[in-house]
Design a protein around this ligand. Structure first.
Ligand SMILES: *[C@@H]1O[C@H](CO)[C@@H](O)[C@H](O)[C@H]1NC(C)=O
Ligand SMILES: *[C@@H]1O[C@H](CO)[C@@H](O)[C@H](O)[C@H]1NC(C)=O
Ligand SMILES: *[C@@H]1O[C@H](CO)[C@@H](O)[C@H](O)[C@H]1NC(C)=O
Ligand SMILES: *[C@@H]1O[C@H](CO)[C@@H](O)[C@H](O)[C@H]1NC(C)=O
Ligand SMILES: *[C@@H]1O[C@H](CO)[C@@H](O)[C@H](O)[C@H]1NC(C)=O
Ligand SMILES: *[C@@H]1O[C@H](CO)[C@@H](O)[C@H](O)[C@H]1NC(C)=O
Length: 596
């Protein structure tokens, strides 16, 4: 018996070394890799295989960046290391499960994808770093992106599937040598206005602030990554999720929840061959959750970081005197709440803040900020309101978040939002006349951020900065155009309408780019002109000319321009679709459009 086993083990080792899978990204049923064999994504961006920690005494199945093997983005057997790489076998079983077996202990299953409800036919590693199991028909059964460890990368979701209750969250490693789940988690809080939280065991340590249509309220830096990253936030009946998309040509990037409890965005610097730090949170004392208590506001540049919102006083001046503000503040004058004519409550604007914790708030995406104020005033338990989407109504924002209890974890921040706090009339009358933020501080800080940002780019991105400068210029020029009469479309909408720019929907192409036929969700047929990105300058000029011209010439015989869309370096025009081909030719001109 033992002879047979030994024989089988030898045979398997021989087979493994003989198969020598060179640059392969696929495992088919019953095929396997082991030892130092790897799956390599088609563009050699990511690799999957066994890697060691703790001086080669523990081995794990993982996925890492080819340029930086220490940058592991996913670990399968987090809790059960192998003693040696030679004993690891990664195989897609006959039942269609991806498993890691330990040949040193009777082929015991150390880790399984547990996807066997339907049998997978292939496992493949793609260039986004996702390990995907699909069935014979190509339908996805399981993906590593649905089981994050301590890292997310471009295209990977963090959030919740409302239907199944599945959660995409990060958990830190226990230690640099131990990838099992440590103390910290990074999760989507879906009550109120969704936001991301870091938890340490049962305690919240950091919040990003709610999504405000553009970025998280507490991370203004997100607006500085134009041309490099785009952010997507979904808040639907099925799913609440957040992810980022790295634009074409961007260097490798990742976001890691470190074992110290810091969430950290890093970008690969191909000149210095190391990861440069773009952002991390919590960034300072004011990001520490609830540091100033209820109705307190934190200001990092003040000598004493905590103060109370106007109209509130420290609950315990003794504790505050000892620099412990976590007890928070209490209202100095009770609210009237419709207590009679001339005595009405009102709102005091606290400008430039990360909005307070939202889980007890209600969110209504419609309506103007003024309406929101009226609604809040009409409900006695409403304590504050703010715009839920900063994009609307000429900068003031639209939509409505209303808070009904204490305001917790509010801080001043550059690029922050306005929060309107309910006060009794007598407190409003004595409030500072124009509660604008201190401009000079803000200005200095903005300049500092700009200088640091440029310094980082110059130092670390070398040749890439050249590209970025070009894109930066374009972006500014395009913004000018967009101020005109061209309504913008969301890139995902256009992508959906054209079946992902499917070649079958192509109706023409030329030096300017490609025209696709598409259908919007409401059934409207559109023609989508995707300008070529090969020649950026020329493409931009054409784009500007075309938008200018068409926007001015709205004539019933002309194809109507419905809108524009800019996504990374893609520039897209959306027209009404004209089924009459001759009119297409007339409009686009034979010299521009050569029918395919
Ligand atoms: C372990 O699994 C490998 C691969 O499936 C197989 O070749 C080998 O015979 C197995 N060894 C034992 C002891 O079952
Ligand atoms: C990759 O592996 C699959 C299945 O094991 C095999 O069919 C294919 O030929 C391999 N490709 C290369 C390039 O080795
Ligand atoms: C791995 O090593 C540990 C400690 O040396 C030992 O207790 C354990 O039995 C080993 N496991 C296997 C599968 O060999
Ligand atoms: C797979 O299922 C087994 C048994 O239910 C469980 O112990 C194991 O943790 C699961 N593995 C994964 C990766 O979920
Ligand atoms: C700070 O004050 C809170 C309540 O006001 C109290 O629970 C906490 O123990 C105090 N912290 C310290 C470090 O004294
Ligand atoms: C005030 O708002 C709360 C919370 O949304 C709600 O439960 C309550 O019914 C409202 N009261 C009135 C009078 O509308």
């Amino acid at each position: 018996m033992s002879h047979r086993r030994l024989f089988l083990a030898i045979v398997s080792v021989l087979l493994l070394t003989a198969s020598g899978v060179a640059a392969n990204n696929t495992l088919t049923r019953r095929s396997r890799i082991g030892g130092d064999q790897k799956l390599v994504s088609p563009g050699d961006i990511f690799q999957l295989g066994l890697f060691p920690l703790a001086d080669n005494t523990k081995w794990f199945l993982g996925i890492w960046f080819t340029v930086s093997p220490a940058a592991v983005i996913w670990v399968a057997n987090r809790d059960r290391p192998l003693n040696a790489s030679s004993s690891g076998i990664v195989t897609l079983t006959g039942a269609g499960d991806l498993v890691l077996l330990d040949a040193a202990s009777n082929n015991e299953t150390v880790w399984s994808s547990n996807s066997s409800s339907s049998a997978a036919a292939v496992a493949l590693l793609d260039d986004s770093g996702n390990l995907v199991l699909t069935d014979d028909a190509g339908a996805m059964l399981w993906q590593s992106f649905d089981h994050p460890t301590n890292t997310y990368v471009s295209e990977m979701r963090i959030g919740k599937d409302v239907g199944t209750g599945a959660e995409w969250s990060l958990s830190s490693w226990r230690h640099a040598d131990d990838p099992s789940a440590g103390d910290f988690r990074y999760v989507m809080e879906t009550r109120g206005s969704p936001e991301l939280h870091i938890w340490r065991k049962g305690r919240k340590t950091y919040r990003t602030g709610p999504w405000n249509g553009v970025r998280f309220s507490g991370i203004p830096e997100m607006a500085t990554y134009k041309g490099m990253f785009e952010f997507q936030f979904a808040d639907t009946a099925d799913e609440v999720s957040y992810m980022y998309h790295a634009c074409d040509g961007s260097p490798p990037s990742r976001v890691v929840l470190h074992q110290s409890g810091v969430i950290h965005r890093m970008v690969w610097d191909s000149a210095a061959l190391r990861w440069s730090s773009f952002w991390s949170g919590p960034r300072d004392e004011c990001d520490r959750y609830g540091v100033c208590g209820a109705f307190g506001v934190c200001n990092e540049v003040d000598a004493v970081v905590c103060s109370c919102v106007w109209g509130f006083l420290p609950r315990s001046s003794v504790e505050w005197g000892m620099r412990n503000a976590s007890g928070g503040c209490a209202r100095s004058t009770p609210l009237q709440c419709g207590g009679g004519a001339g005595d009405e409550d009102g709102f005091h604007a606290v400008r430039g803040v990360k909005l307070p914790e939202t889980h007890g708030s209600s969110v209504d995406p419609g309506g103007s900020l003024e309406e929101c104020g009226r609604r809040c005033l009409a409900n006695c338990s409403c304590t504050a309101y703010a715009a839920s989407d900063i994009r609307g109504s000429g900068g003031g924002g639209s939509g409505c978040i209303q808070w009904f209890g204490e305001l917790v974890d509010t801080r001043f921040i550059d690029g922050g939002q306005d929060l309107f706090v309910r006060l009794a009339k007598s407190d409003l009358d004595t409030a500072p006349a124009s509660p604008e933020p201190v401009k000079t501080k803000k200005f200095v800080a903005v300049i500092t951020i700009l200088i640091i940002g440029f310094g980082l780019l110059l130092l670390w991105l070398g040749f890439l900065i050249w590209k970025k400068v070009w894109r930066g210029k374009e972006a500014t020029m395009i913004d000018d155009i967009m101020i005109g009469d061209c309504p913008t479309y969301h890139f995902e909408t256009i992508r959906g309408a054209t079946g992902g720019f499917c070649p079958e929907n192509e109706i023409g192409r030329g030096g300017f780019g490609i025209v696709y036929k598409g259908q919007m969700q409401d059934g409207q047929e559109i023609a989508v002109k995707k300008l070529s990105t090969d020649n950026r300058v020329q493409g931009l000029k054409e784009f500007k000319n075309e938008v200018d011209l068409i926007a001015r010439l709205q004539h019933r015989n002309l194809v109507r321009l419905l809108g524009c869309c800019i996504h990374c370096s893609d520039r897209i025009l959306v027209y009404e679709y004209m089924s009459n081909k001759s009119l297409d030719n007339f409009i686009f001109g034979a010299c521009l459009l050569t029918p395919s």
